[in-house]
Design a protein around this ligand. Structure first.
Ligand code: GLN
Length: 535
C-alpha cells in the first residue's frame, strides 16, 4: 500500500465541520499536485443512507455510480476534483452486513465471529480498497470520540496506524476551543479531555484543528500542545469564517498543508490557492443581489437542499452577485393562498421531492412563474410538476397527474415505465446515478451547456409519459433533451418564456465553486436580468 492515510476524527461536540475540514485539506493537497481521495465512515447502523429522512440527516448525495450517500461526499466533490463512488462512504450497518454474509457463506470456518478482529478487519479492508491508487486518502470518521458507536472504527484505524509504519499514516483531530463569556477566556479543557479519550484507545493525534470563534493566543496554543502531547506547530487554529470556501485559505495560512506533507514525508510543489482567494473575494464583494425563491417541502431543514444551496451560491460568485435564497414552504403557499410569497422573487426554483405533500402549492407557484414570465427552474419533481401544470392549464387536461400521487390518474402524464410497473410489488427501483442525455440542437438548454451531449445524475422513479409528448409539443412545450437509450424525457423548456427550464436530473450535484454548473449560472443570470427589468 503506497497511499498515505490521513485519519480525521472529531471531539467535544458534533457539527464542528469535520466534512468541510476534510474537503478543505483535500483541496490544498490537490493544489500541491497530489492525487487524493476522501472516505467517510458513518457509525450508524443503517445499511442504506439513501433511505434516511432528509429531516434527520440532511441531503442524500448521489454519486456518479448511483450510490445514495452521506452529504459530506458533496463537500468532498465541491472542494476537490475527486469523483466519489460507493467506495467513498460506508456505514457500520454495511460492515456488519458484509461480515454476516461471509459468516453465512461459511467463510469464517466455524470460528467465533467477533468485533475484533472480524468487524475491524472488514473496516480496514474497505478503507484500503477506497484508498488504493491515490497519493493520499483522507478518512473521515463520523461521530465524536467517546461515542460507543464509533469505537470499532477507531480501533480499526488505530490498528492501521500500528501496522503501517514509516510516515504512512497521520491522525488529525478536530476539537472545539470555546470562549466562555463569564470568564472572558478561551477554554482548552474540552480539547484536553477529548485528546485524553483518544489516547485511551491508543490514538495519539499528530495535528489538532481547534475550532474557535477568535484567534488563539500563543499561550493557549502552548498550553494545548503541552497537555495533548502535540507539537506546538501542529496546533492549528480553525477559526469561524463567513464563507465556507475560505477554509482552505485559512488552513494554509496556519501552515497546515506544510505540516501534513512534512509529517508524511511527501515531496510536492507549493500550493497555489489563488482560485479560492478569487472565489472568496467575489463572494464577499458582490456588485448587487438577486432573490431566488426555492419552493419545497423540506424548507425547515436547510441541509436537505445542501447541494442546491451551494450550486446557487457558486453561480452567484461567478456572476459577482449575492444570491438571497428564500425558502418558501409549498404547503404554506396554498394555505395562505396569496401571491405575496413570490412577490420578492426574481427567479423561482422547485427542487426534487417525493410524495404528495405540497404539490398543489407547487403547481400554483409554477403557474404564477409561467404566466408572469418569471425565470423558472424545475429540478426532477420540479420538472414533473411543471408538466402537470402545463397539462392542466394549457392542454386543458384537468385531471393530469403523476401516478406517484394518484395511482389511477385519468391522464397519467407522469408515470412509471412499463418495465418498472412489473416490479412495483418489490418497490420499483429508482433511476440512480449518471445517465447521458441528448439535447436538441438550437434549444436554450443546448446553448446553455454549449453542447448537445451531456451526462447528469438522477434519483427518481417516475418518468414523463411519452404518450403525451406530441400534445405537449403542439402546445408550445419543447422537449429539449432525451435519454437516447430509453427514449425518456430529460429536459423541457417553454417557447415564449424568457427562462423556463425543467430537468429530470439533479444538476446541483455536479456544481463546484471552481466550476459553477451552467444551468445554475444561466438561471441566476436570467433572474438578475429579470430583476433589472422590473425596476
Ligand atoms: N418523486 C419523483 C420521482 O420519484 C421525483 C424525485 C425527485 O425529485 N428526486 O420520480
Amino acid at each position: 500500500m503506497k497511499t498515505k492515510l490521513i485519519f480525521i476524527t472529531g471531539g467535544v461536540v458534533s457539527s464542528l465541520g469535520k466534512g468541510i475540514a476534510a474537503a478543505s485539506i483535500g483541496a490544498i493537497l490537490e493544489s500541491r499536485g497530489l492525487k487524493a481521495t476522501i472516505v467517510k465512515l458513518d457509525p450508524y447502523i443503517n445499511v442504506d443512507p439513501g433511505t434516511m429522512s432528509p429531516f434527520q440527516h440532511g441531503e442524500v448525495f448521489v454519486t456518479e455510480d448511483g450510490y445514495e450517500a452521506d452529504l459530506d461526499l458533496g463537500h468532498y466533490e465541491r472542494y476537490t476534483n475527486i469523483i466519489t463512488s460507493r467506495k467513498n462512504n460506508f456505514t457500520t450497518g454495511q460492515i456488519y452486513h458484509s461480515v454476516i454474509m461471509k459468516e453465512r457463506r461459511g467463510e469464517y470456518l466455524g470460528k467465533t465471529v467477533q468485533v475484533i478482529p472480524h468487524i475491524t478487519d472488514q473496516i480496514k479492508e474497505n478503507i484500503y480498497q477506497a484508498a488504493e491508487g491515490n497519493d493520499v486518502a483522507l478518512i473521515e470518521i463520523g461521530g465524536t470520540v467517546g461515542d460507543i458507536e464509533s469505537l470499532p472504527f477507531l480501533e480499526a484505524i488505530r490498528q492501521i496506524g500500528h501496522e503501517l509504519k514509516g510516515n504512512q499514516t497521520l491522525f488529525i483531530h478536530l476539537t472545539l476551543v470555546p470562549w466562555i463569556p463569564a470568564a472572558e477566556e478561551l477554554k482548552t479543557k474540552p480539547t484536553q479531555h477529548s485528546v485524553t479519550k483518544l489516547r485511551e484507545i491508543g490514538i495519539q493525534p499528530d495535528i489538532l484543528l481547534c475550532r474557535t470563534d477568535r484567534d488563539l493566543t500563543d499561550d493557549i496554543r502552548k498550553k494545548i500542545a503541552l497537555f495533548t502531547n502535540v507539537t506546538y506547530d501542529a496546533v492549528i487554529q480553525a477559526i469561524d469564517v463567513d464563507c465556507v470556501y475560505e477554509v482552505p485559505l485559512r488552513f494554509h495560512d496556519e501552515g497546515l498543508d506544510g505540516k501534513i506533507v512534512e509529517l508524511l514525508q511527501l515531496w510536492t510543489k507549493r500550493s497555489n490557492l489563488q482560485v479560492w482567494a478569487d472565489i472568496v473575494h467575489s463572494y464577499k464583494n458582490p456588485k448587487d443581489s438577486v432573490n431566488i425563491g426555492v419552493v419545497g417541502k423540506y424548507v425547515e431543514l436547510r441541509d436537505s437542499y445542501k447541494s442546491l444551496h451551494e450550486a446557487l451560491t457558486h453561480a452567484g460568485t461567478a456572476l459577482n452577485l449575492k444570491v438571497n435564497i428564500e425558502y418558501i414552504d409549498s404547503e404554506a403557499v396554498m394555505a395562505n393562498n396569496d401571491e405575496k410569497a413570490w412577490e420578492n422573487c426574481d427567479g423561482i426554483l422547485i427542487p426534487g421531492g417525493f410524495g404528495e405533500r405540497g404539490v398543489a402549492g407547487k403547481i400554483e407557484t409554477i403557474r404564477f412563474a409561467r404566466e408572469n414570465k418569471i425565470p423558472y427552474f424545475g429540478i426532477c419533481l420540479g420538472l414533473q410538476v411543471a408538466i402537470i401544470e402545463y397539462a392542466r392549464n394549457v392542454l386543458g387536461l384537468k385531471e393530469a397527474n403523476t401516478t406517484e400521487i394518484d395511482k389511477f390518474a385519468k391522464d397519467n402524464i407522469i408515470d412509471l415505465m412499463a418495465e418498472q410497473k412489473n416490479i412495483t410489488d418489490m418497490g420499483a427501483s429508482m433511476r440512480l446515478g449518471a445517465y447521458p442525455a441528448k439535447l436538441l440542437p438550437g434549444s436554450k438548454i443546448a446553448e446553455i451547456y454549449g453542447s448537445t451531449e451531456i451526462s447528469e445524475r438522477h434519483r427518481h422513479r417516475y418518468e414523463v409519459n411519452n404518450k403525451y409528448v406530441p400534445l405537449l409539443e403542439e402546445k408550445g412545450m419543447v422537449i429539449s433533451g432525451k435519454n437516447p437509450e430509453h427514449d425518456l424525457v430529460e429536459t423541457i423548456e417553454i417557447k415564449d418564456h424568457p427562462w423556463f427550464i425543467g430537468v429530470q436530473y439533479h444538476p446541483e450535484f455536479k456544481s463546484k465553486p471552481t466550476k459553477p454548473h451552467p444551468l445554475f449560472y444561466g438561471f441566476v443570470d436570467a433572474s438578475y436580468k429579470f430583476k433589472l427589468k422590473k425596476k
